[in-house]
Design a protein around this ligand. Sequence first.
Ligand SMILES: [Zn+2]
Length: 244
Amino acid sequence: MRSYGLARLLSKSIFLIFLISCGIFTILGSGGGGSDSADDVDEGSNAPSFRFLSKPFIGNYKPWQWVDHEYPMWPIVKNGTIVTYWGERSSTIGYDGHVGTDYKMPIGTTLVAATSGEVIHAGFFEQDCSVFDDNWNVHEMSGQVAIQKIVNGVVYNIFYDHMSRVDVDQGDKVVAGQPIGLSGRTGCAGPFPHLHLNVSIVGKRGNWITVDPYGWQGSAEIPDDPWATHPKGAVSHYLWKEEP
Ligand SMILES: [Zn+2]
């Protein structure tokens, strides 16, 4: 009986080793190739990097305010500083928790689709600007467009804000470079006309997870992307094929 037990134990062990081996091979097999499944993209996961964005406007306007890499969760999380994609920690570049990149430009600048995709949001929508000026009654209408693009199963939303004119409708299919409206100073744009551009990955629950299309380079002070290890974070990637 003892030997029988040992034999069973041995065969069980071999089976277990077999399962573990399969598991290891499965992990190794899927490690290099990336994933095509949208189910694999959610908070905390590493989204693949694809260069699919082109300049979102006509003309030359450089970024003016940056995504806050540390916590791009305005107005929910504020910690007093902004961390840029090159790793600079500052309280003066942009504003705390900024969830996009701002490009200062004259009102009426032509905005174009930064990628082909489907318009999932377009028109003028009310914004609560009280988070800026402590006046809970300040609401402004803001011209907005969001284009959705699915790249290898990853759902990206490209969101334009503060527009003065919107020339597309929800459900429209657009191609990269196609005019979608004009820039402006609507909503909570403040004193400077600008385009606020947000790039997000859509999470499992439909939530938008801000990513920085300018990627992350790190720095001596912050060698790793703090957003990558944040419980609700996603790795930032360089997504431009034609940089503004
Ligand atoms: Zn902005």
